[in-house]
Design a protein around this ligand. Structure first.
Ligand code: ZN
Length: 409
């Protein structure tokens, strides 16, 4: 790769060439004024002075509810969780575009925006049964050459509120779902212990990780998180559990928050955020300081829950910086760090960011790191995020998988 701005923090930083060998960064050197032809056996990708960052990881998606690519549908749901669930359950089949095509459109847009790793939840309940899972698994298999793709078997309507869904999630896990989901053990399910018995029972049975939706705020969410920490420790599942949304962490007072963060770090529980509109942002600097892995996703996109979301994870990264009211370059760089290294660490605890991006040979931009890369217009990381330009090139394991908005299948 010739002429890139490597995690550039100043417009005058010199350009570099990045040698990629066997899918990894094999060397980084200043770009010579006179370009020599590439050595034999090498192919040259012109970066054209664009900013080089690690590729994005989209770690909280719901591709099976996406309305992208279909006729626009006005929002009809009420505001409570129960009303949103009921509305989306009633309308998910009503679309001008078949389900599998909507899943594919959402996935492809996400990859074209810069992502080489995806974790999507898929709704499983006693009405849709495994129909949505099967569509998602088909698209996952189609895209296996361009993206790493995990599926969470997600009981959107609850296990206890929708009897029979436990057996269906069990079947999805046997059929290749990668993680077991759960949702609001107190707020929706009204019986935290019974809900967590099911979630962790399925995780143990299938030897998979857990990704739990937790909208519960304040002390209620704190209580649930304490129970989850207890389970993770008792079962030795450190590094295998993610809490999605984790609104409690945005709504607790400083002292209980500090204590809870200590417990989450001890249990090595990750969190994901979607940079939500309706709740304060997570305490991202504190999470990074405490060593808690945190990644970014888009949640639903133009679905029964809301018309927001366009499949562009880089724009969602800008939303994370905007919602956090960040203006300083180092804060805005943290937003990109969360969307790249942060997400990868959610998917694989061994990739936790420990050093500066340009010294990180595990998932950053140093020699030895995987060549999972994103080129985007701009002279610095901050400018690139402010502009979110369309001329992006996405590289996975050293191979260009998307360019200028198109996925190369
Ligand atoms: Zn979600």
């Amino acid at each position: 790769m010739r002429g890139a701005r490597l995690w550039s923090r100043h417009p005058d930083e010199p350009l570099v060439d990045v040698k990629i060998v066997d899918g990894r960064i094999g060397g980084i050197s200043p770009t010579a004024a006179q370009a020599a032809p590439p050595a034999s056996g090498l192919v040259c990708l012109e970066a054209g002075g664009r900013v080089l960052v690690p590729s994005l990881a989209a770690v909280h998606e719901h591709f099976d509810s996406s309305g992208l690519g279909a006729a626009f549908r006005p929002h009809t749901a009420g505001d409570s969780l129960e009303e949103l669930i009921a509305d989306s359950r009633g309308v998910w089949r009503e679309s001008s575009v078949p389900l599998i095509d909507r899943v594919r459109i959402a996935a492809v847009r996400t990859i074209a925006s810069g992502a080489t790793a995806i974790r999507s939840h898929v709704q499983i309940d006693t009405e849709c049964r495994l129909e949505r899972f099967e569509a998602m698994a088909t698209v996952r298999d189609e895209l296996a050459g361009v993206v790493s793709f995990e599926i969470v078997a997600f009981p959107q309507c609850g296990y206890l509120q929708d009897p029979g869904s436990e057996q269906l999630v069990d079947e999805a896990l046997a059929a290749g779902a990668d993680l077991v989901g759960g949702i609001d053990p107190c707020g929706l399910e009204r019986d935290a212990r019974a809900h967590l018995d099911i979630v962790f029972g399925l995780a143990q049975k299938h030897h998979v990780g857990v990704d739990l939706h937790l909208h519960e705020r304040g002390p209620l969410g704190e209580f649930t998180l304490e129970l989850v920490c207890d389970r993770v420790t008792a079962l030795g599942m450190q590094g295998l559990v993610t809490i999605s949304h984790a609104f409690a962490l945005a709504t607790l007072e400083p002292r209980p928050l500090q204590r809870l963060l200590g417990r989450l770090a001890e249990a090595d529980i990750a969190v994901t955020t979607i940079a939500p509109m309706e709740t304060a942002p997570l305490p991202h600097a504190l999470l990074r300081e405490t060593g808690i892995r945190c990644g970014l996703g888009q949640d639903g996109m133009r679905d029964g829950w809301s018309p927001w979301g366009d499949g562009d994870l880089l724009r969602r990264t800008r939303q994370l910086a905007l919602r956090s009211a960040w203006s300083h370059d180092e804060d805005i760089e943290l937003a990109v760090d969360i969307a790249t290294r942060g997400g990868r660490a959610v998917l694989d605890a061994s990739q936790r960011p420990r050093v500066a991006m340009t010294e990180d040979a595990v998932s950053g931009l140093a020699v030895g790191a995987p060549a999972d890369l994103l080129l985007v217009e701009g002279t610095t990381v901050t400018e690139a995020l402010m502009d979110c330009g369309p001329q992006r090139t996405v590289v996975r394991r050293g191979v260009v998988v998307a360019d200028g908005g198109r996925v190369l299948l």
